[in-house]
Design a protein around this ligand. Structure first.
Ligand code: TRP
Ligand code: SF4
Length: 324
């Protein structure tokens, strides 16, 4: 299968991104032809005023991907804006996309309400899903691994492809979504881990930073004193144990928390050890990549070249069908 997915470069990747998307991408790249790209133009749809950090974020996200195990020998890794065919197909698809389809898009309304202090009544923000459709359709992707929030965009992509195919010629492939099950990851404050809540543990954090963040992490709120028994099932620290610790440690915590044999401070030390052990290889590769910028440049150069080949082919077929 041909698989394609993208991520906006809107800051450093955290453990939620790692466990939610990247672990899945890593599995997919073993069996499929994969295209993974940095959606930098999409980032402009909400962050068009202050672009001072954009290039840094693009660089950081690429380092995070490779350090986490995205393998450029298997997957095509590229940057959206380096393949201008995305913009051309976006333009052509925008001609056949009715505005009510875009206004109906739930994420359009939801984000406009949620993101305050920014004027999002722009053409680009309304057209976000058309650009996303162009990203996907250019590569004739069979499947797109995404989170639940992206399902309306996938549906729109299929509707746009169908409309194109019935108006002109059957050139575009309707992609399927690939929903991924992943362990729930809560942030240090017990809410969903998210950059906008400032509660993340990042791939770029150092071991002492991870330990410090865990120290301040919320536990079972009913466990006020050391002698109070706790309930690991409602404790976000225990969620990390389930992901990072060995079965023996998980069993031990599960028992000793309920009987107050173990205190939260020790419990957090255990989980910090497990996490540091599992994240260390990622930190090592991050360092290696940072000290060798040529390597990253080369990965992007090859990826963009390959992406350009595929997208030029599709764009030629699209133009031929539309007679433009
Ligand atoms: N909209 C996606 C997100 O915010 C990013 C994205 C852009 C994407 N183009 C894509 C994802 C194409 C999958 C396929 O997460
Ligand atoms: Fe959570 Fe561990 Fe404390 Fe139990 S002992 S409440 S699992 S931090």
């Amino acid at each position: 299968m041909r698989v394609l997915s993208g991520m906006q470069p809107s800051g450093r990747l955290h453990l939620g991104n790692l466990l939610g998307a990247l672990e899945n991408w890593k599995k997919l790249q073993e069996q499929n032809e994969c295209f993974f790209f940095v959606a930098d133009w999409h980032a402009l749809s909400t962050n068009y005023e202050d672009t001072s950090q954009l290039q840094t974020f693009i660089h950081e996200i690429l380092i995070d991907w490779l350090a986490a195990g995205i393998d450029p020998e298997r997957a095509t890794v590229f940057i959206q804006s380096h393949v201008p065919e995305h913009a051309v197909l976006n333009l052509l698809l925008s001609m056949i996309t009715p505005i009510p389809w875009l206004e109906r898009n739930p994420t359009y309304k939801e984000k406009q309400e949620r993101i305050e202090g920014r004027d999002l009544s722009t053409h680009g923000f309304l057209g976000y899903p058309v650009l996303q459709a162009a990203d996907i359709l250019l590569y004739k992707a069979d499947a797109v691994p995404v989170g639940k929030d992206q399902l309306p965009h996938l549906e729109l992509t299929r509707e746009i492809a169908r409309r194109f195919n019935s108006l002109y010629a059957p050139v575009l492939v309707e992609p399927k979504e690939m929903l991924t099950e992943f362990p729930k990851v809560l942030g240090t404050d017990g809410q969903k881990m998210s950059k906008s809540y400032g509660n993340t543990i990042n791939l770029s954090d150092s071991a002492p930073e991870v330990r410090q963040k865990l120290k301040t992490m919320l536990t079972d709120p009913a466990r006020v004193r050391r002698t109070d028994p706790g309930n690991p099932e409602i404790c976000p620290v225990f969620d990390f144990h389930k992901i990072y610790s060995t079965p023996a440690v998980i069993d031990q915590i599960n028992k000793e928390c309920r009987t107050a044999e173990i205190g939260c401070i020790d419990c957090k030390k255990f989980v910090a050890d497990s996490m540091v052990e599992r994240l260390s290889p990622i930190w090592e590769s991050r360092k290696a990549l940072e000290s060798n910028p040529k390597q990253l440049e080369e990965v992007v150069r090859i990826g963009c070249k390959r992406a350009t080949e595929v997208s030029q082919q599709t764009l030629a077929e699209v133009k031929e069908a539309m007679k433009v």
